[in-house]
Write a protein that binds this ligand. Structure first.
Ligand code: 3HC
Length: 407
C-alpha cells in the first residue's frame, strides 16, 4: 500500500516533530489535538525547525512556506477520512491510547494503518482494543525526532507482515532508518538505555560523583551527550514513566534509582521546566544537590564508586539479553543504538555488542560479576554472555564474539 497522506494525533513537541518529518518528505499531514495550546506548541515546533533551516541557508523562505502549507492543524477529526496512516503521540496512558484508536476506527478508512509512538507500552494490548489488530503497529521515534535517524518498528502479536512492510517503506520515505523490533517492554533502545541512565542516577544519589563529572566522563567515553543532559532533554517525567514500567515488567534487573521520582515530585522535569538534574536560566541545581544529600544518608552506601563501566556494562548485558530473546539481530541492535542514541566508541560509530567484542567478553563478564557482588543482582550477567565466554567467543582478539573477525 502506498502512503499519500498521514495523520498525527497529539501535537506536543513530539507530535510536532513527527509532523515536521512527514512534511519534510513532501507528504501532507493533518495534526490533531484536543487542546488549542498544544496545537499551537506543535505548529511552533514545526515552524521553528524549518526556520532554523532557513536561517542556516539550507532552505528558502518560500520552500519553508510550501512545507508549512502541507500541515493542517485541527481540534476535530476533519481531514482524517482519507489518511493512509495515523501516528498517535498522545500521553503514555494505555486507556487514552485505546480510546484514541477506537475513535480513529470510526472516522478513518478500513485500510488505514494506525501506528503508536509509545516509548514502551504494549502494541498487542492496544491492538486488542480495536477491530483491526493486523493494522496496528509501533512506530517509535527518538528525541529530537527531526534529527535522530532511527525509527523502531514494532509489530504486535496480530500485526500483518503487509502492515510491517508498508511502515518500513513509509519510514524509509521519511529518510529515516527503520529497525524492526520484536515486542518487549521498552522495545530495544529504551530497554538498553534505561539501565544505563538509571545506573548514572544511582552513582549520583550515592555520592560517587557529581552530575557534571559523570556527564563529562560519558561524553569522553563516546556519547554525544552525558546521561543527565540527556534525561533533562527527554523530560524526567518521561524517564520515570518508562523506568517504572520496565521495573514492573523486568523486576530487580531494572531496580529504579530514588532521585528521579523525587525530582519530578518537585516539578523538576528537565529542560522543559527549566529545572531537572541541572538548573537552566535563573534556576539553580541546589534543590537537586539537597535531595542527593538526603538520599545518600538514606541509602548509606559509603563506598559507592563511579566508573564508565558501571554504566556501560548493564547496557551491554541488556543487549545480550535482547540477542538471547531474538528481539532483534546483532547488527540491528548495534545499528539502533548508533542511529537512535548516537553511540560511539574509540571515535567510531559502534553499538554495544561491537563494543563488547572490542573490550573482550570475558572482561565484560568479570566486570558484571564484580559489580553484582558490590551493588546487587541488577548486574547479573546474561546466560548468553556466560555461554560465549565459556566457548571462547571472546570478541575481536579471539576472532569471534558477537561478530566474526578475520585476523
Ligand atoms: N533539545 C531539542 N533539540 C536539540 C537539543 C535539545 N536539547 N540539542 C540539540 N538539538 C537539536 C538542535 O536544535 C539541532 O536542530 P536543527 O538541526 O534543527 O538546528 C540539532 O539537534 C542538532 O544540534 P547541534 O547542531 O547542536 O548538534 P549536536 O552535535 O549538539 O547534537 C544531538 C545534538 C543530535 C541532540 C546529539 O547530542 C545527540 O545525538 N544526542 C543523543 C540524543 C539521544 O540519545 N536521543 C534518544 C533518546 S531516547 C528517546 O528519545 C526515546 C524516548 O522514547 C524516551
Amino acid at each position: 500500500m502506498y502512503i499519500f497522506k498521514a495523520g498525527v494525533i497529539g501535537a506536543g513537541t513530539m507530535g510536532g516533530e513527527i509532523a515536521q518529518v512527514i512534511t519534510y518528505s513532501g507528504m501532507p499531514v493533518v495534526m490533531k489535538d484536543i487542546d488549542q495550546k498544544m496545537l499551537d506548541t506543535g505548529m511552533d515546533k514545526i515552524r521553528s525547525i524549518y526556520q532554523r533551516r532557513v536561517d542556516k541557508a539550507k532552505m528558502s523562505a518560500s520552500d519553508m512556506q510550501s512545507k508549512l502549507d502541507l500541515v493542517t492543524a485541527t481540534l476535530t477529526y476533519d481531514g482524517f477520512e482519507d489518511v493512509d496512516i495515523v501516528i498517535e503521540a498522545v500521553p503514555e496512558v494505555m486507556s487514552v491510547k485505546k480510546r484514541v484508536l477506537q475513535e480513529l476506527e470510526g472516522v478513518c478508512p478500513e485500510a488505514t494503518i494506525f501506528a503508536s509512538n509509545t516509548s514502551a507500552l504494549s502494541i498487542s494490548e492496544m491492538a486488542a482494543a480495536t477491530k483491526k489488530p493486523h493494522k496496528i503497529v509501533g512506530m517509535h521515534f527518538f528525541n529530537p525526532a527531526h534529527v535522530m535517524k532511527l525509527v523502531e518498528i514494532i509489530p504486535g502479536l496480530d500485526t500483518s507482515q503487509e502492515t510491517v512492510d508498508d511502515v518500513v517503506m513509509f519510514t524509509e520515505s521519511l529518510r529515516k532508518l527503520p529497525v524492526v523490533v520484536q515486542e518487549c517492554p521498552g522495545f530495544l533502545v529504551n530497554r538498553l538505555l534505561m539501565p544505563y541512565l538509571n545506573e548514572a542516577t544511582m552513582c549520583l544519589e550515592e555520592g560517587a560523583a557529581s552530575a557534571s563529572e559523570i556527564d563529562e566522563a560519558m561524553v569522553k567515553w563516546g556519547w554525544p551527550m552525558g546521561p543527565f543532559t540527556l534525561m533533562d532533554m527527554l523530560g524526567l517525567d518521561v524517564c520515570v514513566h518508562v523506568g517504572d514500567y520496565l521495573t514492573e515488567e523486568y523486576g530487580e534487573r531494572m531496580e529504579s534509582a530514588l532521585l528521579l521520582p523525587k525530582l519530578v515530585e518537585r516539578g523538576r522535569l528537565g529542560e522543559k521546566s527549566a529545572a531537572g538534574f541541572y538548573g537552566y536560566g535563573d534556576q539553580s541545581d541546589e534543590p537537586t544537590l539537597a535531595l542527593i544529600d538526603e538520599i545518600k544518608v538514606q541509602k548509606g552506601i559509603a563506598d559507592s564508586k563511579f566508573s564508565p563501566e558501571r554504566l556501560i556494562y548493564p547496557l551491554i548485558n541488556e543487549a545480550t539479553l535482547c540477542v538471547q530473546e531474538h528481539i532483534a539481530s546483532v547488527n540491528d541492535i548495534d545499528m539502533a543504538m548508533i542511529a537512535g542514541a548516537g553511540m560511539t566508541y574509540s571515535g567510531e560509530r559502534m553499538g554495544p555488542l561491537a563494543v563488547a567484542d572490542m573490550i573482550g567478553l570475558e572482561e565484560v563478564l568479570e566486570g558484571l560479576k564484580a559489580l553484582a557482588a558490590t551493588y546487587g543482582p541488577r548486574f547479573r550477567p546474561s546466560r548468553l554472555l556466560k555461554l560465549k565466554a565459556r566457548a571462547g567467543h571472546l570478541g575481536k582478539k579471539a576472532g569471534k564474539g558477537f561478530y566474526e573477525y578475520t585476523q
